[in-house]
Ligand binder design. Structure first.
Ligand code: ADP
Length: 546
């Protein structure tokens, strides 16, 4: 319906004398509404079947169906039960007028009518009609909005449970991946026939790729489920970049590309934010840059865009001289599973999730992202995020701090006394992995197949450290930890959680239950050693892998 049509009301005039109809029509014409003239009650009723009228002018004396009979029928119908009726008659008769009002007429006027009076009266009903229509439209609009809102809420809920499902599945898949990667690493440390070594190396490479994919899906589903929370820890930006450089300098060199990174002098070094996630953002962009560039260079530039109060907006840009991206694809590639070249014969592998994660993470950090690219010349992907300024040389909190590479030798240096380790873990492959790794490093491991057994064994013997799986039959890791902590001999023995969850709040729950740190599954052999030996030395370290 057009806006104009919305604002025109219909007026129905019913009179068996055509001249009277014409006269009434002439009086009402100037109201600018649509006037419908009919010569019988029957015709009027037919019209009222399909259309709504603002007001009906009804002659009383008509052959066949007179005005009163017509009015009675009009009132019986749902559609017209409330349409105002004005009777027009040439006979001044009170009983007639009464009958008219009792039939629901709103007025009863005598002919000949005074044009101005009739026009004014009808105009009131036309206004009333317009107002009622508007209220009706608004009510419909509200119902529509409420329905849309309900549909949106339902869709968001469905999407969240899908993401939650994906998050759970990826967690479950990571546990066997842990075993595959760990066991392959161990096997590769043995003396092997060259062809066996080659096979195992292929297993290792592919298992790593699969794990990366799982991690990407897990990250994305957590982001979509609103379950990914950012850390706020003090860190050194330049140290983080240095760490990234070590990986990428090597990867770029392997492909014959030049790699440089430059942090402007005015970029503050001590910042507070989530260094692991920032690192992930840079690594995603740098991996793409290296992947899609065959010659030339890959560059990372870090600049400060503004500093206000205690907040610095830091811009990160990754530039390459690679294949470039057509204009029409530059926004599309940030959607999940989207690649410029999606053909099965494409040269470059990948899932199409990396940039989606970049986009969502940057948004979560409260920043923005950008891309500039020209086909055949190269691309620049950038993002800018706000980070809090940290105090000068503020020490990094040990619980959330991942030791930088330079610190690792320190953790491992010095004479190591063999440690007695109690492993509470129900999965046989994980048991085997931990036992083999720790025994290889000279430590002794005793296994408890569930939480209850772990408590039992802690009452019977002394251990230097306990590794505690969180999910176990009979008694879970949280409960077992609080029971063990209640034993006087175990008040201060380090207890490290092994968690396949690494979900929001797990870290807090572990610490609240009295644990000293945690390791995320799949277990990384180096991290396992670092944490076990570090924890006994008194360092409190968390190794969330995500
Ligand atoms: P993946 O790299 O796993 O395919 P991404 O989400 O990281 O997934 O990237 C999506 C697509 O964007 C890539 O497949 C590629 O087509 C395009 N792309 C990303 N980075 C670059 C780049 N630096 N140069 C050219 N194309 C790129």
């Amino acid at each position: 319906m057009t806006t104009k049509a919305l604002h025109i009301a219909k007026i129905l005039i019913v009179d068996d004398v055509p001249e009277k109809l014409l006269a009434l029509e002439a009086v009402l014409e100037s109201l600018g509404q649509e006037i419908v003239c009919v010569t019988s009650g029957g015709e009027a009723l037919r019209r009222l079947l399909t259309d709504d009228y603002a007001v009906i002018l009804l002659d009383v004396n008509m052959p066949e169906l007179d005005g009163f009979e017509t009015a009675a029928l009009i009132r019986q119908r749902k559609r017209s039960e409330h349409t105002p009726i004005i009777f027009v008659t040439a006979f001044p008769d009170d009983t007639h007028a009464h009958r008219g009002y009792s039939l629901g007429a709103v007025d009863y006027i005598l002919a000949p009518v005074v044009p101005e009076v009739l026009r004014t009266k009808i105009a009131v009903f036309v206004d009333l009609y317009h107002m009622t229509q508007q209220v009706k439209r608004q009510a419909e609009q509200r119902v529509l909005l409420a329905q849309e809102h309900a549909a949106r809420v339902a869709a968001e809920r469905a999407n969240r449970s899908k993401s939650q499902f994906l998050a759970n599945v990826s967690h479950e898949l990571r546990t066997p991946m842990n075993a595959i990667i760990g066991m392959t690493d161990l096997a590769l440390e043995e003396a092997l026939k060259p062809e066996v070594r080659e096979c195992l190396q292929a297993v290792q490479t592919n298992a790593q790729l699969l794990l990366e994919l799982l991690n990407e899906i897990l990250d994305l589903s957590k982001l979509e489920a609103g379950k990914l929370s950012l850390q706020e820890v003090a860190f050194s930006l330049r140290e983080m970049i240095e760490d990234v450089n070590q990986t990428f300098g090597f990867r770029a060199e392997e492909k014959g590309l030049a790699y440089t990174s430059k942090v402007s002098d005015d970029v503050p070094d001590r910042l507070i934010g989530d260094p692991l996630r920032l690192r992930q953002l840079l690594i995603n962009l740098l991996s793409n840059a290296v992947k899609f560039t065959d010659q030339g260079e890959v560059r990372a530039d870090i600049e400060v865009e503004s500093v206000l109060n205690r907040e610095a907006w830091i811009g990160f840009a990754v530039t390459d001289t690679g294949i470039g991206i057509p204009d029409e694809d530059q926004e599309r590639i940030f959607s999940p599973f989207t690649q410029v070249d999606a053909t099965s014969t494409r040269r470059h592998g990948g899932t199409g999730l990396g940039l989606t994660i970049v986009s969502e993470l940057v948004q979560l950090m409260g920043g923005y992202r950008g891309v500039r690219s020209a086909v055949g010349q190269g691309s620049t992907f950038s993002f800018t995020v706000p980070l809090l300024l940290g105090a000068k040389a503020e020490p990094v909190t040990s619980e959330t701090h991942q030791p930088q590479k330079a610190e690792l030798p320190d953790l491992n240096s010095g004479q190591r006394a063999p440690l007695r380790v109690l492993l509470a873990e129900d999965t046989p492959t994980n048991q085997k992995l931990v036992v083999r790794v720790l025994e290889k490093h000279g430590h002794r491991v005793t296994i408890a197949g569930n939480g209850r057994l772990a408590v039992q064994m802690a009452t019977d013997a002394r251990y230097d450290l306990i590794l505690m799986d969180l999910q176990m039959p009979e008694m879970d890791g949280f409960e077992a930890t609080s029971e063990i902590r209640a034993l006087p001999a175990f008040a201060t023995v380090p207890i490290i959680a092994l968690t396949a969850h690494a979900m929001v709040g797990d870290r807090e729950r572990c610490l609240a239950a009295g644990m000293d740190g945690y390791l995320a599954k799949p277990l990384d052999i180096r991290q396992l050693i670092d944490v076990v030996e570090g924890a006994v030395k008194g360092a409190r370290i968390g190794y969330p892998s995500n």
